[in-house]
Design a protein around this ligand. Structure first.
Ligand code: C2E
Ligand code: MG
Ligand code: MG
Ligand code: MG
Length: 288
């Protein structure tokens, strides 16, 4: 019986591997065409200043609506793009699209907006990454200060020395850097000392765990980040309780469905103009 079960499990495992390989192949196939067919778009999720409720920045998040495969999450297709040599063309498209949109917002008078863009290891390691960014800034008449780059610990720690060289080049352009999904990698708080970043984004798993584990972990990250002069973003805030907790711990900014889902460029423009997110309600003390 045990043997038979073992064989079934193996067979299932084998089928599962095949299914996954097929899925990756399908994604690659259709993703190759997606750029030219205008199937990709960008959404903008507000980052809210917890103390004031102000919205002056957003994270740019890519979306892919495939006529064949349907809507595919970037958590699924970005790793495929990274594996199959498609990430650089997608990454360039993201930067151009975001920079163009940002230049439009600036033309409308929103001169203090900052938009953050996610960048993968292969993008970050391009020899001409910095030159390309500088050329794009010039093309869209943007100051580097209008841009933030989001990198994960894994991206930066692969080669600490090379990373710090690149980080100081970004700094030279005025571009800020955020450490994304902080706490999920294999690194420790000690690395924060060695990395020239401006912002730490605490991964949502820590925010969600506070309900059970209490504030200790998030509190420790905030203390050390602030000690090093970094700003702190709490990711994945879905409840008023979480918002209250991270504000009490002096997190600087919050991001999450409580405040706003990722929005279209038009919707984000409106949110900035009217400064309306879920937090406006929070400040009036009427979140239910
Ligand atoms: P990320 O950079 O950590 O982005 C945050 C993710 O959390 C986004 O998922 C966002 O929609 C989601 N999120 C925000 N607030 C909440 C919340 O309150 N609850 C929950 N459950 N989720 C929330 P999304 O848009 O599906 O993106 C997933 C990942 O894909 C991103 O994680 C990032 O690693 C990658 N990605 C997205 N856009 C781009 C892009 O333009 N370029 C690159 N290279 N990667 C991207
Ligand atoms: Mg991010
Ligand atoms: Mg993140
Ligand atoms: Mg994440």
């Amino acid at each position: 019986e045990a043997k038979r079960r073992g064989r079934n499990t193996l067979q299932f495992y084998d089928q599962e591997l095949h299914r996954q390989a097929f899925e990756v192949q399908q994604i690659e196939l259709h993703l190759r065409e997606a750029l030219g067919r205008q199937e990709l778009s960008m959404l903008y999720q507000p980052l809210v200043t917890l103390s004031s409720g102000a919205v002056k920045s957003a994270e740019a998040l890519i979306r892919w609506d495939s006529p064949v495969l349907g809507a595919i999450s970037p958590a699924t297709f970005i790793p495929v793009a990274e594996q199959r040599g498609l990430i650089l063309s997608i990454g360039d498209w993201v930067i151009d699209t975001v920079f163009e949109q940002l230049s439009r917002w600036r033309a409308e008078g929103h001169l203090d907006l900052r938009i953050s863009v996610n960048v993968t290891p292969q993008q970050f390691e391009q020899d001409d990454f910095i030159e390309k960014l500088e050329a794009r800034l010039n093309r869209w008449s943007l100051p580097g200060e209008a841009i933030m780059i989001e990198l994960t610990e894994g991206t930066l720690l692969a080669d600490l020395e090379a990373s710090n060289t690149r980080l100081s080049q970004l700094r030279g352009l005025g571009i800020q850097v955020a450490l994304d999904d902080f706490g999920t990698g294999y690194s420790s708080l000690a690395y924060l000392r060695n990395l020239q970043v401006d912002v730490v984004k605490i991964d949502r798993s820590f925010i969600w765990a506070m309900h059970q584990d209490g504030p200790t972990f998030v509190q420790a990250i905030v203390h050390i980040a602030h000690h090093l002069g970094l700003r702190v973003v709490a990711e994945g805030i879905e409840t008023a309780e979480q918002a209250g907790a991270v504000e009490a711990l002096s997190c600087d900014l919050g991001q999450g469905y409580l405040f706003a889902r990722p929005l279209s460029a038009e919707q984000f423009g409106e949110a900035v103009r009217h400064q309306v997110t879920g937090l406006s309600r929070l400040n009036m003390g009427s979140v239910g």
